[in-house]
Design a protein around this ligand. Structure first.
Ligand code: ZN
Length: 75
């Protein structure tokens, strides 16, 4: 796996999810969103990273449970 040239920090808890120049040993959620015309953030580009434990807490708070399925093969 490719290493990143910049450390990635969980926006929620500040944990370093990926150290600079090191092969990643944990997973995290990366979100990028360009808000468009119909939002109040028209033209704003936002992104954040969430570590796995914060992700678990986050999705647990959802009113509608997320969809989960087993991957039959890893790409
Ligand atoms: Zn976190």
């Amino acid at each position: 796996m490719k290493t990143k040239d910049q450390a990635i920090i969980c926006n929620c808890c500040k944990k370093v999810v990926q150290k600079e120049g090191v092969v990643p040993d944990s997973e995290f959620l990366h979100v990028e969103k360009l808000w468009g015309y119909f939002s109040e953030k028209d033209g704003e580009w936002q992104e954040f990273d969430i570590c796995e434990s914060c992700y678990d807490k986050w999705v647990e708070s959802f009113k509608v449970p997320i969809k989960t399925r087993e991957a039959t093969e890893f790409v």
